[in-house]
Write a protein that binds this ligand. Structure first.
Ligand code: SF4
Length: 363
């Protein structure tokens, strides 16, 4: 193991100490109650860039709707996106769907049992393949996600080039892996990173690995891992046109190939706009619709990566007949909206609109 001042790191001792801690402290999460590789795969994809708290209700609803891999493989993309609506990063849902179709066609609906075959599944990278195979089938494969990277950087007090090289983390994770119980070990490391060895203010005094941790012994815990500085948050305003007809709301479909492509949303400005001043022009440029905005009806807040979004929903009217193109435009009732794949911003606007209890008018 990489030489650096501090306590000696003996894998067998770490397995015993961290394994015991994990057995006593692991959170009871729905995807930890199964060894079904399909369900573990779904959870791993959902958990990328999203917190456990946010994922849990989506995971439960998703596996209720698509209980086994063939159910997902045979579903329409629109239904898969609808079940994912609100979780964000929709390319994950599309990749999962494509991956399930690949597994249904090539592996009779069962997630592959070798790393090579798992990596051939569309959308499955080294992290996901290793997580699913180690947890579901006990294959001795290390996983390196953000939590594991942080724990390893601190445990080994990695600084300088070593602390920035992806290969260095992978090699350490492989050296440390508990080959008797790789799935449990991988989950234990990730759990430690999520619950104790957190990015800011790690709870070192309560950490089971404190006596073995070089960063702790060197007083460096909060300074590691070194590297990327966070992009400072940027405030932006998105203005949306809430156009009603009876109890229906006008939704437009985003273009294929754009971020959140093919999702439904209320006509709105882009993240690069200035909000209301750009609303009329952008809706016409993007959708060919001429609109007249009225009073501000809904305010909400939203965040996408570094952007802090002020969301403003304006009552609005069409200045033309709606083009007859059901693939791009639709009047959606509240029930239809809840079944369609819609963005989180649109969901927030609709919630706000319901809370405002506006009198409904013909558009
Ligand atoms: Fe992380 Fe602190 Fe534990 Fe070291 S002692 S692994 S820095 S929480």
């Amino acid at each position: 193991m990489s030489a650096s001042a501090g306590p000696k790191l003996r894998p067998a001792t770490l397995h015993r100490v961290l394994g015991g801690w994990y057995a006593r402290n692991r959170r009871d999460l729905p995807w930890r109650r199964t060894r079904d590789p399909y369900r573990i795969w779904v959870s791993e994809v959902m958990l990328q860039q999203t917190t456990v708290r946010a994922v849990t209700p989506y995971y439960e609803a998703f596996v209720e709707r698509f209980p086994a891999l063939p159910d997902l493989a045979g579903a329409r993309e629109e239904d898969v996106l609808a079940a994912w609506s609100g979780l964000g990063y929709y390319h994950r849902a599309r990749n999962l769907h494509r991956g399930a179709q690949h597994v249904a066609e090539r592996h009779a609906g069962r997630f592959p049992k070798t790393l090579e075959a798992a990596l051939a599944v569309p959308g499955v990278g080294l992290y996901t393949a290793s997580a699913v195979l180690s947890i579901a089938h006990g294959l001795p494969l290390p996983v390196v996600d953000g939590n594991v990277r942080r724990v390893l950087a601190r445990l080994f007090a990695l600084r300088g080039p070593d602390g920035r090289r992806e290969g260095a983390f992978y090699n350490l994770a492989e050296e440390l892996l508990d080959r008797e119980a790789p799935g449990e070990w991988n989950q234990a490391l990730m759990e430690l990173g999520a619950a104790v060895c957190t990015p800011r203010k790690p709870a070192c005094p309560a950490c089971p690995l404190r006596a073995h941790c070089r960063a702790w012994s060197l007083g460096l815990a909060e300074k590691l891992p070194e590297g990327k500085t966070r992009r400072p948050p940027v405030e932006v305003t998105v203005a949306a046109a809430l156009i009603q007809r009876g109890d229906c709301l006008l939704l437009v479909r985003r273009e294929q190939g754009r971020l959140m492509g093919r999702m439904w949303e209320v006509p709105q400005t882009s993240l690069e706009s200035h909000g209301l001043p750009d609303l009329v022009r952008e809706v016409e440029e993007r959708h060919g619709l001429r609109v007249v905005p009225g009073a501000l009806a809904v305010r909400a807040r939203h965040a996408i990566t570094f952007r802090r979004i002020r969301l403003e929903g304006y009552r609005a009217w069409l200045r033309q007949a709606l083009p007859a193109d059901p693939d791009r435009f639709r009047w959606a009732s509240p029930e239809e909206v809840s079944r369609l794949p819609t963005s989180s911003m649109t969901k927030k606007l609709l919630r706000g609109l319901r809370q405002a209890q506006l009198p409904l008018e013909l558009g």
